[in-house]
Design a protein around this ligand. Structure first.
Ligand code: ATP
Ligand code: MG
Length: 231
């Protein structure tokens, strides 16, 4: 049991995209998993990279788990080749759902050893869950929940935010685009941001769920050669 002081500041870390930070009252909450979901190319990875760069520039250690194929070229464009921050980003490639589970446990141990842990990013969190359809579904769900537990344990211990991305699929019954994983991750994720593609190459970020912010707040931004720009 851990006593909570009501006058304590629970803390937020900026993503580095100013307008998004503004609607989130400062950024991503510490000790909380924030999920970004949206269709392919909507900007999920761009936001992860922006967040990593911003956090690393503050001298924090960022743990970045990638299951999609991290583009070093895009990262360099966005960090304007600030190689001085590269050491602040511990980047790991995930190869399977099992690898993801083991990597999270490894990261939890690594965090103990770093001076200033800053954030955990998993892009995408659901990719292997979606791809590995064989075997026992319930066992996969349980494994997934275990991963969420590992993430929650480390981010509450180190008072840092976690940012995970999620894909969408077409829900035939509801006729809507839904984030993957549904009930499996819904309860563990306390903040959800939906990304939409708009005309003229713009993107919209909408607060879908938050513990202390009304749903529906939104901002429009552009993905440019150097990064992200509020519009
Ligand atoms: P996925 O679900 O496929 O992983 P995503 O939501 O992570 O997609 P991102 O990789 O963040 O999407 O965004 C890709 C988009 O970023 C491209 O479609 C393109 O519009 C934009 N983009 C990438 N590099 C540049 C650049 N140098 N200049 C302008 N726009 C760029
Ligand atoms: Mg991506």
């Amino acid at each position: 049991m851990q006593k909570i002081e009501l006058n304590e500041n629970q803390g937020r870390t900026p993503t580095g995209l100013a307008c998004l930070d503004s609607i989130l009252n400062g950024g991503l909450e510490h000790g909380v998993i924030t999920e970004i979901f949206g269709e392919g190319g909507s900007g999920k990875t761009n936001i992860c990279m922006q967040f990593a760069i911003n956090n690393a520039s503050l001298g924090k250690k960022v743990f970045y788990l990638d299951s999609e194929g991290f583009s070093i070229e895009r990262f360099r464009q966005m960090s304007i080749s600030r190689s001085d921050i590269y050491d602040n980003i511990a980047l790991f490639r995930l190869n399977s759902l099992e690898d993801q589970e083991l990597s999270l446990i490894k990261v939890q141990r690594l965090m103990e050893k770093v001076k200033s842990p800053g954030a955990l990013i998993v892009d995408s969190f659901t990719e292997y869950f979606r791809l590995e359809t064989g075997g026992d579904y319930q066992a996969r769900v349980a494994g997934f929940q275990k991963q969420l537990g590992t993430i929650l344990a480390m981010i509450s211990e180190y008072h840092i935010p976690a940012l995970v991305t999620n894909q969408i699929y077409q829900d035939i019954d509801k006729g809507q685009l839904q984030p993957f994983g549904g009930y499996v991750i819904d309860h563990s994720v306390k903040a959800i941001i939906r990304l939409e593609k708009k005309e003229g190459g713009l993107r919209k970020a909408i607060v879908e769920k938050h513990r202390s912010i009304e749903e529906g707040r939104s901002v429009v931004f552009a993905i440019t050669a150097e990064g992200l720009e509020c519009r």
